[in-house]
Write a protein that binds this ligand. Structure first.
Ligand SMILES: Cc1ncc(COP(=O)(O)O)c(C=O)c1O
Length: 389
């Protein structure tokens, strides 16, 4: 028998595997399933980005350098300045990564220090599971802060005890939030950064969805808070440019940490391939395709918001991202309602309980199927909801 590490042993199956299982069974039975369960966009990667990738494949290939291409870091710094009005030095503040998931998972390995009293990773719940998984693999413990409707889906940082802050190595925030679609005001991010600095905690801000917004102000970033000490932002092209398969993103923030990461990451080998980096330069340098993408998601969003409003089903938060956080309208669990929708409407949604106990009472709809599929699903859902749920 293989002796597995505690991180591996304690790991629950990735919840979506279960959903994939059920979807496979329904598809095998020949049913026209529309899948809103997993947040993998089905939109095409814009042609100019694909062309940039093709044009960058050279006859020889070498290991990409951990710092990434200077041109890519410059393109990222230019985007950050346009988008957040924040000036970063491409050489000291920015590091290209293989999307956001990879550095999110790895971060705890660089920061946890049980012997030094810093063994805790604080996350928000319901939430994206990767920060927690990364913490467990690094041998750390996890503290959870609830995101609920009464607290506006913002954790109550003042309610966290000083002893918890002192043991915390990393505070994870994710706005715009997966799964709730909630956003956080800049002032809240500023307070979180101040709290973190005061307790020698790193504020890790996962901003993977910051470009998928609809009404009102574009979502805020920790990069706008003025002081990057003890602050790290995580960005990706996966959602902004429909490039999940490319694996390209960056981290930006505290120069000391960026320098430490630059030194560590050659051992891990996680810098994107140079042709992906060249395609990424094209993607970060263009806003037109992002505006078009927002319009596509806005259309899908309106379709479902109108449908749910007409059937008296409430949608909470959901100000940004391509997620809708839908309140389960009957006295049943989120899993049971999801199964009901799968059986009656051929629609897959993710039960809120998959994202932690505070997710019970909601389901998450990822508006990633094509607009035609969304229209078909909306019609089927309308029929089911009209029949008394
Ligand atoms: C909250 C959040 N952060 C980060 C990611 C990772 O994105 P990627 O690794 O594709 O950049 C995801 C992906 O679904 C996500 O939902």
């Amino acid at each position: 028998m293989v002796h597995l590490s505690p991180g591996m042993r304690s790991s629950d199956p990735y919840p979506f595997e279960e959903l994939d299982h059920r979807k496979a069974a329904a598809l095998a039975a020949g049913r026209p399933i529309v899948d809103f369960g997993v947040g993998d966009p089905r939109e095409e990667t814009p042609a100019f980005i694909r062309e940039a990738l093709k044009g960058a494949i050279d006859a020889t290939s070498s290991y990409p350098r951990a710092a990434g291409l200077q041109e890519l870091r410059a393109a990222i710094a230019a985007w950050v300045e346009r988008r957040f009005d924040a000036r970063l030095d491409p050489d000291v503040h920015i590091l290209p990564t293989m999307g956001a998931k990879e550095p999110i998972f790895h971060l705890a390995q660089s920061l946890l220090d049980p012997a030094g009293g810093k063994h805790l990773v604080t996350v928000t719940t319901p939430g994206y599971t990767i920060p927690e998984r990364g913490a467990r693999f690094a041998g750390g413990d996890v503290a959870r802060l609830s995101l609920t409707e009464p607290n506006g889906f913002l954790p109550d940082l003042d309610a966290v005890e000083a002893s918890t802050w002192d043991r915390t190595a990393i505070l994870w925030l994710n706005y715009p939030n997966n799964p709730t679609g909630a956003t956080a005001p800049l002032d809240f991010l500023r307070r979180a950064a101040d709290h973190s600095r005061a307790h020698d905690v790193l504020l890790a801000s996962d901003e993977a969805y910051c470009e998928l917004f609809f009404d009102g102000e574009p979502p805020a970033s920790v990069l706008q808070t003025g002081d990057l000490t003890n602050v790290l932002a995580f960005h990706t092209l996966s959602k902004r440019s429909s490039m999940t398969g490319f694996r390209s993103g960056f981290i930006a923030g505290d120069p000391e940490l960026i320098a430490a990461m630059k030194a560590l990451r050659p051992s891990v080998g996680v810098t994107p391939q140079e042709f992906v980096q060249r395609a990424s330069i094209a993607a970060w340098s263009d806003e037109g395709h992002v505006e078009e993408l927002r319009a596509v998601y806005a259309r899908k969003r309106k379709l479902f918001l109108d449908l749910f409003a007409s059937r008296g089903v409430r949608v909470a938060a959901s100000e940004a991202t391509f997620y809708l956080w839908v309140v389960v309208p009957t006295p049943t669990t989120s899993l049971d309602w999801s199964l009901h929708l799968l059986e009656r409407a051929d629609v897959i949604v993710a039960p809120g309980s998959f994202f932690g106990p505070d997710g019970e009472g909601y389901v998450r709809m990822a508006m990633v199927p094509t607009i035609e599929e969304c229209e078909r699903a909306a019609e089927a859902l309308d029929g089911v909801l009209g029949a008394g749920v």
